[in-house]
Write a protein that binds this ligand. Structure first.
Ligand code: PLP
Length: 344
């Protein structure tokens, strides 16, 4: 039987005895060995494919815990600001729990699949004339004023749920990886992985990657108007700033920026060379390794294995995929014409 993440790791999660388990059997996602990527990077490389979660992103790991706790506390509604995936996940888990859901997204800036999900799950979807950082500010104030549970990654239960991905990686490999590469937006996930690794006495080098136009942690100051094709990491003022930087420093890792072109090249390369279709933001982890390799601090041994976290599924954002993919070959209804189209 499939196991809900909360059942798999109950003793390491802060749920109360009476909390219901609001689950869609999230977690236990594939860790896929990547032979071509290993060859390019000259190190054994694995992909942690979080697109395998029920709503297609890692956000489900945190949402199952946050919504279970909210329901246990008697909440009737949940709210979040979102670049898309948190909205899709919150809407699904709210529906599952029988709670009302409201999501605030930056107008015109969310991938079409994510919007479809939030709407189909019955959440109230509000498109704000502003960016993610402004949306987060507004939902924080709303959650202070009204009896509604905030399920952004500022919610501590989100991070607790997300740390389970680190447990899975170590269990599956039978040991800690030498390094972990991860896209960084609001910086909750890198914080969560580090916490998870520490809880099982693992300490891989963390390589965090931001998009060039949305790289506040790289520049050391907030970005007022973040811009990137990778909408899931289009964030100018990460909520988990200090914790994320501490995690990266403690791991002897690095935070660096990758351009949209580098992200899109890695995105297409992964789909066509490894058969794994992730969303653009996810490909930042691989783009970063292509751009920078696996640097180590003075005197340290180079890592012998690396895990790239692929945070969300490629089907989330068909518009970006189609704009980057080769075109369809139109063909008349005729055997020899089809023959030419297929074999020429
Ligand atoms: C949320 C998200 C991220 C960024 O994670 P943070 O915790 O905000 O750093 C990256 N990729 C995808 C697909 C996401 O949904």
């Amino acid at each position: 039987m499939p196991v809900p993440l909360i059942e798999r790791y109950r003793d390491r999660l802060p749920l109360e005895a009476g909390d219901p388990v609001v689950s869609l059997n999230e977690g236990s996602t594939p860790l896929i060995e990547a032979p071509r990527l290993s060859e390019r990077l000259e190190v054994r490389t694995f992909l942690k494919f979080e697109g395998g979660n029920p709503t297609g992103s890692f956000k489900d790991r945190g949402m199952t815990v946050a919504v279970s706790r909210a329901k246990g506390r008697g909440a009737e509604a949940v709210i979040c600001a979102s670049t898309g995936n948190t909205a899709a996940s919150a809407a699904a888990y709210a529906a599952r729990a029988g709670l009302r859901g409201a999501v605030i997204v930056p107008e015109g800036k969310i991938a079409i699949g994510k919007l479809a999900q939030a709407l189909m799950h019955g959440a109230r979807v509000v498109a704000l004339q502003g960016n993610f950082d402004e949306a987060l500010q507004i939902v924080r104030e709303l959650a202070d004023k009204h009896p509604i549970e905030l399920v952004n990654s500022v919610n501590p239960y989100r991070i607790e749920g997300q740390k389970t991905a680190a447990f899975e990686v170590v269990e599956e490999l039978g040991e800690a990886p030498g390094a972990l590469a991860i896209p960084v937006g609001n910086a909750g996930n890198v914080t969560a992985y580090w916490r998870g690794f520490q809880e099982v006495d693992a300490a891989p080098i963390l390589y965090g990657f931001q998009a060039e136009g949305a790289a506040p942690l790289v520049h050391g100051s907030p970005v007022a108007n973040p811009e990137t094709v990778a909408s899931a990491i289009r964030i100018g003022n990460p909520a988990r700033w200090e914790e994320a930087m501490a995690a990266i420093t403690d791991s002897r890792g690095r935070i660096a920026a990758v351009s949209d072109d580098q992200i899109l090249d890695a995105y297409r390369w992964l789909a066509s060379s490894e058969g794994v279709f992730c969303e653009p933001a996810s490909a930042a982890s691989v783009a970063g390794l292509f751009a920078y390799g696996l640097p180590v601090v003075d005197g340290a041994e180079p890592p012998e294995s690396v895990v790239c976290v692929l945070t969300g599924h490629g089907l989330k954002d068909p518009d970006t995929a189609l704009s980057k993919a080769p075109s369809v070959i139109n063909c008349e209804n005729d055997l020899s014409a089809v023959e030419r189209a297929v074999f020429d």
